[in-house]
Design a protein around this ligand. Sequence first.
Ligand code: COA
Length: 260
Amino acid sequence: MTDDILLVEREGGVAHVTLNRPDKLNALNTALLDALLAAIVDLDCDPDVRACVMTGAGDKAFAAGADIQAMVEMTTSQAKAFSDKGHALGAAMESAHFPIIGAINGFALGGGCELALACDFLYASEKAKFGQPEVNLAVIPGFGGTQRLARRVGIGRARELCFTGDLIGAEEALRIGLVNVVTPHADLLAKAKDTAARIAKKGPLAVAQCKRAMLRGADVPLAVAHELEAQAFSQLFGTADQREGMRAFLDKRPASFTGK
Ligand code: COA
């Protein structure tokens, strides 16, 4: 249904999640945050989901921020609950067993930039614009931006973006490592879906463990991170897919993975 605030479609092992409030540039209100969280939890319960592409409806925005109309009269406790909701969504996206590719088709501002940062990696249309303009509204990022942006692009650039509220274009986002690829606008979704489909063909347990080790390892001492990696690596041995993947290589045939 096109009047749904969030569209979730499946193409084989790849889920397509589309924020669908194009008239409000896909601004994140409570209903959209709730729908996104429910969708990610739902997809995470399905082991057949191997990868996900997240994008925004319309050709102007991925998401132009948290919904300012919804926030203007918020009390401190309502703002805390709203921020907690955004954090819960980011945490669910990061802990989901499948990679999420953000296909950034336009503005990714404020909460929209933070939603993008909770994706595993980003592809951007040449029309994409990124920023944390919350200081223009006399607030700060509340869905993880003060932390995830620095981890993605480095503390100096993150500080500059958060303190100035400046917007940057796709090429600058590429240059600072915020996005992996910039495509012509019309090619963005196909490019993201192609990468998702390629990931979906890999050993699914391996992709999930790799995502987990890279996420959980990032914020602990290196020796602990290495131990996490060794645990994840060794747990894959003895799975049907590990045997199949290695036997297929030795037999010089394509592997066929089952996720077991
Ligand atoms: N929250 C609520 N509504 C938003 C929104 C947001 N973050 N961003 C855009 N919208 C709405 C506008 O109010 C407008 O609604 P209306 O048609 O009912 O008036 C509609 O989306 C289109 O936006 P508009 O501003 O007319 O488009 P534009 O092309 O002129 O400008 C932006 C685009 C992104 C530059 C501008 O919308 C903007 O600055 N948005 C806010 C960005 C921001 O501060 N985000 C961080 C929030 S914490």
